[in-house]
Design a protein around this ligand. Sequence first.
Ligand code: AMP
Ligand code: ZN
Length: 485
Amino acid sequence: MELRLYDTMTKEKRVFTPIDPSNVRMYVCGPTVYDFAHIGNARPVIVFDVLFRLLRHIYGDKHVTYVRNITDVDDKINDRAVRDFPGLPLNEAIRKVTETTANQFQADVAALGCLPPTHQPRATEFVLPRPDGKADMVTLIKQLIARGNAYEAGGEVLFDTQSMPDYGALSGRKLEEQKAGARVAVDVHKKNPADFVLWKLSSENEPGWDSPWGRGRPGWHIECSAMSAAYLGDVFDIHGGGLDLIFPHHENEIAQSRCAHGTSVMANYWMHNGFLQVEGEKMSKSLGNFFTINELLTTDRFGGRKWPGEVLRLAMLKTHYRSPIDWTVSSLEEAFQNIGNWNDALSPHALSNMPGSYALPDEILEAVADDLGFSKVIAQMHQWAKLSKTGDASAAKKLAGTADFLDLGRSGWDKTLQEFLFKTATDNALNSKFDELIAAREDARARKDFKESDRIRDELAAMGVVLKDGRDADGRPVTTWEIAR
Ligand code: AMP
Ligand code: ZN
């Protein structure tokens, strides 16, 4: 079996060869914690969770290091802190915003079945040199200045893009193009319009750290260069994130890391997930089609019902990670049905719920190892479900092994899903039982045996079923039932 991954840098699927198979290293850009994460933000989290699981499967659980950072310094965070906690000192207000948002994010993605990464560093802990000697932003910036890749101007430290001959290689943007298109007047202090901020001065009422260039705060890109180096070293295996991060964020991370460390690459594989849109439109608050992960899990705003985390996870994975995904109610309904169907197919087989009980089938490993190819996985799962329903125990085990590997709806870890699955499984059995009892009660009533008919009514009530006596269109008495709420 060969793992092949599409690399944005070389624009081709390549065989994945880790630098060190005893420690495969992956970094994925994490959330900026100022507000609830939206369902688009969930895409990289789910996609790279599957890759993390795959790498662990291939190289061993202890041989993969996955880092996903938390961006807890950003002007959007400051604005939110001032708005939401006007009475508090800024630093305290910022802490409140970032802590509650980060906790919410962890809860949201856990509800989507994502494993916690090995490390989740917070940017603010990597601004200044650290007692443990791990990489930090101030030291990186000093190195860039010392090596002639950065300069101070207009109260900022800027990366000098012209100092790097192959700047722009990831996104394919040439410096000349950027020069021609830029409005130079805005940034007179920059040597080149493409130069970007490593450090900027803070006013008194902005968060800041004392540095050789005055009290200030880091630019966005430098934090990932610092945190990836801190945990994964100067060069590592995989760097991931959404497509929108290719430029400028990842381009600039590459520039900083390579120039500071004097390496020819930062990461060997650059992976990017495609964008998510909702019902065919770009998700935006003004269009009213903006949904947070939390809203989908806990409210009925999208499609009139709460969605189990497992359904959201499957709906996300059914589209290949590099393609755009259209997030629609019907795609969620379909994912819901798939999970229901797989569980139906498995239920007669009395399978163990212990994790690791069933092997990951080779067919699935092969499909996922081909750049996380999912269409084959889903087709295979449907096929095994069909066979499983005809009593094929080995198909059932393969289906279970696949669902467990992907954490897709077998254990029913989501309570909403558990209730739903329990209901569909019991519904079929119960419905016929209820119908029988109701028919018996109607008989009794026809015989005017009210004692018996009341007894049956009570028996049904004890099962949570409420009877409604009425008449049909022709005026004949009919009894319907519903589950008491
Ligand atoms: P942000 O907090 O905006 O930096 O985004 C966090 C992560 O979510 C990044 O990897 C983004 O590329 C990704 N992301 C943001 N919006 C979307 C979207 N609509 N579809 C897919 N990924 C997205
Ligand atoms: Zn980043």
